[in-house]
Design a protein around this ligand. Sequence first.
Ligand SMILES: [Zn+2]
Length: 99
Amino acid sequence: MSQQQIILDILKDDKWHCSSEFYAQYMADPRKRLHELKTKGYELENRTCELHNYHLGGSKMWRLIQPNNAILPTFKQPLTLKPAPQPKLFTLQPAFRDV
Ligand SMILES: [Zn+2]
């Protein structure tokens, strides 16, 4: 399975997925793969990860916008999520920053 296919497989449930999930699939550079998918015409959204609180604000989560969902009328309110609470103390947590 290509890495692009792995990403699509992860994203096909239409939910937000942290880029740490891509790294968990031994993907060295998911950002590159995500960019390639975009150039192929896939609609990908990203925002700062709110699924975990160990990124210190540096990681992204991703969502695939399904083409057949785009046709349906949506009445979604814009999400106003508060940023995840940040630990006060500096912790050595090198994993999955800057994605
Ligand atoms: Zn995350």
